[in-house]
Design a protein around this ligand. Structure first.
Ligand SMILES: [Zn+2]
Ligand SMILES: [Zn+2]
Length: 320
């Protein structure tokens, strides 16, 4: 998977999860505001649009003035001023015996008709309305914490470079044209170089090798070698090696080239680059040229294509 598609996937995932979170908050506020006889359209918009959940927090603070009351005996939604439940007739509140005006517990005289109110002992039994338990709120709050945590974890899995365990060694060498000529000794690679250049000089061609290293001290070591050919490269300013891991793909080596077409004193022409990696895993390859991820044509080979390996095979040491 390339850097671009990983990024698109991350953006889609984060966008989808955030959208889900706002949908849940919106639905909750809509339902809750309707029940409390607050303006549901207004409050849903405030809760969803105001950034960083500010609207939702304001809604939670304001809604306490609009209690969500219910009859303790039948569950019908009632209001603070109701004397009896309209659903089952149970007494919810004290009231003036003369005019029926709803009265608070500690009032002595009716504020409407000035009739003295009865002592609480002489009043018929009152069961005050209960506040509905809001279990949905806890679920919404849990989501507000869980979704960002989930998002963070996902982004980590997608993007973080996790160093792999065990000993690893790598080398990155660039070959100029003179060194490239030495491949005439290895017809398989020389033919590949010629045919690649004829195909499309603007292309990027990679010869890949994967093999085990027979070593008693460290069994299970794996070697990955990439010979990277860029026929129409400019002058090389810099070449760097990095790594990028993902949960399901293992680790890719990312080789970054910086080219220029200005032949400055420190710049040289290196059409070939050889990358060797040794570790407990094989490495994939990503190439970035002048800041852009590039596609390349990969061909596999069944021997190590580096010049250094050729010197070892043929016994030519130190020839540079
Ligand atoms: Zn009732
Ligand atoms: Zn009264």
């Amino acid at each position: 998977m390339s850097i671009a598609s990983t990024m698109i996937l991350s953006i889609l995932l984060s966008g989808g999860l955030l959208l889900l979170l706002f949908a849940v908050i919106g639905f909750y506020v809509w339902r809750d505001a309707s029940r409390r006889k607050m303006n549901p359209v207004l409050w849903t918009l405030v809760a969803v649009i105001a950034p960083a959940f500010v609207g939702f927090i304001i809604y939670l603070l304001v809604r306490s003035h609009f209690p969500d009351l219910a009859c303790p005996s039948c569950g019908t939604a009632v209001e603070k001023t109701y004397v009896v439940c309209p659903g089952c007739g149970v007494r919810l509140k004290r009231a003036c015996t003369k005019c029926g005006f709803p009265a608070e517990e500690n009032w002595v005289v009716c504020p409407k008709c000035a009739e003295p109110l009865l002592d609480s002992e002489n009043v018929p039994e009152i069961t005050p309305p209960v506040r509905k338990k809001d279990q949905a709120l806890w679920k919404v709050l849990l989501l507000i914490f869980l979704i960002p945590a989930l998002l963070f974890t996902l982004l980590c899995i997608l993007n973080l470079s996790v160093p792999s365990g065990g000993l690893q060694a790598s080398s990155l060498r660039s070959y100029d044209e003179e060194k490239m000529e030495q491949y005439q000794e290895i017809p398989e690679i020389w033919d590949w170089l010629q045919s690649s250049r004829e195909k499309d000089p603007e292309g990027v061609y990679v010869l890949g090798y994967q093999g085990g290293i027979e070593n008693e001290e460290s069994p299970g070591r794996k070697e990955t070698v990439y010979l990277i050919y860029r026929p129409s490269t400019g002058y090389m300013k810099a070449v760097n090696e990095g790594a990028r891991s993902s949960f399901w793909r293992g680790t890719d080596t990312v080789i970054t080239f910086e080219d220029t077409f200005d032949p400055g004193w420190s710049h040289a022409y290196y059409p070939l680059t050889c990358y060797v990696y040794e570790g407990d895993e094989y490495r994939g390859l990503e190439l970035v040229v002048n800041g852009r991820s590039v596609d390349y044509e990969l061909q596999e080979i069944d021997f190590d294509p580096s010049l250094e390996a050729y010197y070892v095979r043929t016994g030519i040491f130190g020839e540079r």
